[in-house]
Design a protein around this ligand. Structure first.
Ligand SMILES: Nc1ncnc2c1ncn2[C@@H]1O[C@H](COP(=O)(O)OP(=O)(O)OP(=O)(O)O)[C@@H](O)[C@H]1O
Ligand SMILES: [Mg+2]
Length: 158
């Protein structure tokens, strides 16, 4: 067998990579999400639950949007603006794990994460302050069915 040329390697890599196909339904969801992220601040911010069979492209939509709203460093203020935060729901509805997930996702210093003694209330206050500082406009939670792994009370609290 002859060795592959660089061009062929490039073509194979392209085929294997994730390429966005804008089928109508996916574009519709993207538009809706984009409308929500651009909407002005309201007393009661709307939420959206996207559901569909496995493999239908929910995670692809989430990733696509999070690429469009990637974090941007503002040298003037020294703050990294993060308009959109894409998270995976923890395997069970556990508030502490969820807050730690958020801290990890925004790149909070490791000391903040290892502080096991921190109670949920102080984690919550930290996370909310951090989200405000980063200018987060939307949180997207993938695999939200993980919620179902909890008890009724845990589900409601979450
Ligand atoms: N818009 C798209 N353009 C191109 N490929 C897509 C698109 N949507 C889905 N796919 C392909 O289908 C695969 C499965 O999609 P995805 O992981 O987004 O499904 P999902 O709805 O999140 O499934 P699950 O519920 O199991 O998490 C992707 O890895 C990708 O290869
Ligand atoms: Mg998925």
């Amino acid at each position: 067998m002859r060795a592959r040329t660089t061009e062929e390697d490039g073509r194979i890599a392209l085929i294997q990579s994730d390429i966005w196909i804008g089928f109508p339904r996916a574009e519709q969801v993207l538009d809706r999400l984009q409308g929500m992220i651009e909407a002005p601040r309201q007393t009661r911010m709307p939420g959206l639950l996207v559901h569909g069979a496995s493999g239908i492209g929910k995670t692809m939509i989430a990733r696509n949007l999070s690429r469009k709203y990637a974090p941007e460093y503002d040298p003037a203020s020294g703050i990294t603006r993060t308009p959109l935060l894409l998270l995976q729901a923890p395997p069970a509805p556990d508030e502490r794990r969820f807050y730690l997930h958020i801290l990890a996702a925004v790149g909070a210093p490791a000391t903040a994460l290892s502080a096991r003694a921190q109670n949920v209330a102080s984690l919550e206050v930290r996370v909310i302050a951090l989200l405000r500082d980063l200018g987060v406009r939307m949180i997207m939670i993938d695999e939200v069915h993980n919620l179902l792994a909890g008890t009724h009370r845990e589900q409601r609290r979450f």
